[in-house]
Every structure is written in structure tokens, then in C-alpha cells.
Ligand binder design. Structure first.
Ligand code: CU
Length: 128
């Protein structure tokens, strides 16, 4: 007759679980756009033929526009009424930057590729 006694010795591990709460003293900036320098507005587009936001805001003056494409299709960005002054064109994940002197007011950004503005590539730009 075989009698096996298996003895398992479990070392009593005292796991001191230390919960480290990091004091967060950072300031949370809530705004419509990703934090960029004043005077700069970052517009992100993708291949769903839409801008990431319907409204953008920037400080009046020499406005710097960063046009970021999160996609592959060719898209453009122009400001209504200023089509001759600035036209940004991106494809394949590119970023293009342009500047435009803008006084305070409301402007409209759009993509001038045929059909894109109608599909949703239009946004308001509030300059103040
Ligand atoms: Cu487009």
C-alpha cells in the first residue's frame, strides 16, 4: 500500500501592498484645441473628410496654421476669402504650416478638393 503524503509548504508572504498616490499638482487646461502656442492653431484632418473640430480659436495677428493630416488622401486647407493668400496641401500623414494675418472676427476654414467641403471639411475659426 502506497501512501504518499504531499506536504506543501506555502511560505507566508506578507505582501505589503503600498498604494502610491502621486500628488498631482499639474494644471489641467481645458480647451477646444490641443495646447499650442498663442497665435497658432492646429487643424487635424483625416480621410473621413472631416476636420477633428468644428470650431477653432486663435489670437488675432499673424496667425500660424498647422495643418496635420491623420490619413493618406490629399486634403487642403484654405480660409474663405483668403484663398489667394494661403493654401495648405497635405497627403500621406504630412503636416504643412502657413501664416495669415487675421484681424479679430469669424472665419471659415475648408478643404477645396471638389466635394470635400460639402462632405464636412469645413470649420469655423474664431479670431480674437
Ligand atoms: Cu479634403
Amino acid at each position: 500500500m502506497n501512501s504518499k503524503t504531499i506536504s506543501l509548504k506555502l511560505p507566508a508572504l506578507l505582501l505589503g501592498s503600498t498604494l502610491l498616490l502621486t500628488a498631482c499638482g499639474g494644471e489641467t487646461t481645458k480647451g477646444p484645441a490641443a495646447p499650442v502656442a498663442p497665435g497658432t492653431v492646429r487643424v487635424v484632418a483625416d480621410d473621413s473628410q472631416d476636420f477633428a473640430q468644428d470650431r477653432y480659436q486663435v489670437v488675432a495677428g499673424q496667425v500660424r496654421i498647422e495643418y496635420v493630416l491623420d490619413g493618406f488622401q490629399v486634403h487642403t486647407l484654405v480660409v474663405e476669402g483668403f484663398e489667394e493668400e494661403m493654401r495648405l496641401e497635405v497627403a500621406n500623414g504630412e503636416t504643412e504650416v502657413g501664416t495669415l494675418p487675421l484681424a479679430a472676427g469669424r472665419y471659415v476654414l475648408y478643404c477645396d478638393i471638389p466635394g470635400h467641403r460639402e462632405a464636412g471639411m469645413e470649420a469655423q475659426l474664431l479670431v480674437e
